[in-house]
Design a protein around this ligand. Structure first.
Ligand SMILES: NC(=O)c1ccc[n+]([C@@H]2O[C@H](COP(=O)([O-])OP(=O)(O)OC[C@H]3O[C@@H](n4cnc5c(N)ncnc54)[C@H](OP(=O)(O)O)[C@@H]3O)[C@@H](O)[C@H]2O)c1
Length: 249
């Protein structure tokens, strides 16, 4: 079952990566007609992210004797991110009523259910395997924790910069400044990619790796579109600002 979920996730990642170079997912600045019924963005974000919070929690908590300290530790890490995404981020949105196509909510809901299940099963399996070994006593664990924490801080801080900007622009899009926006156009995406890469390294699991790859496949094409959109929209957009990798690309 775990392997099947991982293969499905990788298939989702490949499909998203190819498709998103041709079509911008129709939400936020790319929202447009022709994508069927829509719901308010706040509910969209909450509903579609919720399974990632619930499914993994149920799986690990129902199998605590197997998952052990390893499973619980990484569950807390995972839930920190998803608590923010499900119960904090949607309530801070500055345009909560913006239409969010139902089709995207359904797609993300399916993915998040599979992803939560895959990572939950992996934590239970690995927790059992690592029960007697020092899973914290390896450099990759600490490297992963460092990446995850740094990524989360970048992600949440960049979301905050955008919120402040939106309030200042009274609903309009403006050129963001501050934090990593000085260097790249989509630091919120960069933060999320770094976070899940860190999780994959720290857990050393294929399910973690599949999610990190999906996040990159999903957000990288959108980061390119956002960068082009900023350059098209604002004549004074900082020329030195890169797409996603400070000073590089
Ligand atoms: N793991 C994954 O695969 C995945 C997938 C998708 C998203 N996410 C995460 O979900 C979060 C939101 O994603 P997103 O694609 O909606 O990010 P986004 O396009 O950067 O938008 C984030 C928020 O900031 C507002 N905003 C963006 N640019 C603005 C500007 N120049 N001026 C004023 N307001 C601006 C947006 O308003 P509008 O809604 O009006 O544009 C939205 O409320 C991100 O942190 C991302 O990492 C993760």
């Amino acid at each position: 079952m775990l392997n099947a979920f991982i293969i499905i996730e990788l298939a989702f990642a490949l499909a998203a990566f190819i498709l998103l170079f041709f079509i911008n997912a129709p939400y936020g600045r790319y929202v447009r007609k022709g994508w069927g019924p829509a719901i308010p963005a706040r509910f969209g974000w909450m509903i579609m992210e919720l399974p990632a919070f619930v499914v993994i929690g149920c799986l690990v908590l129902a199998n605590i004797p197997k998952a052990g300290a390893y499973g619980l530790f990484f569950l807390v890490m995972w839930e920190t991110h998803y608590f923010y995404r499900v119960f904090v981020y949607p309530f801070l949105l500055t345009s909560p009523g913006k239409p969010f196509p139902l089709i995207l909510v359904v797609f993300a809901l399916c993915f998040n259910t599979i992803n939560g299940a895959a990572n939950g099963l992996a934590l239970v399996d690995k927790g059992y395997f690592y029960a007697e070994t020092g899973w914290m006593a390896v450099p990759r664990f600490w490297a992963g924790i460092l990446l995850f924490t740094t990524g989360f801080v970048i992600h949440a801080h960049s979301d905050r910069v955008l919120r402040t900007l939106r309030r200042r622009g009274e609903g309009e899009y403006l050129v963001p400044h501050g934090g990593l926006f000085r260097r790249v156009s989509s630091p919120n995406y960069l933060g999320e990619m770094v976070e899940w890469t860190g999780f994959a390294i720290a857990t050393w699991s294929l399910a973690g790796l599949a999610f990190a790859l999906f996040t990159i496949a999903n957000l990288l094409p959108r980061a390119i579109s956002n960068h082009r959109w900023y350059r098209r929209t604002f004549a004074d957009y900082p020329k030195e600002r890169k797409i996603l990798l400070p000073f590089v690309w």
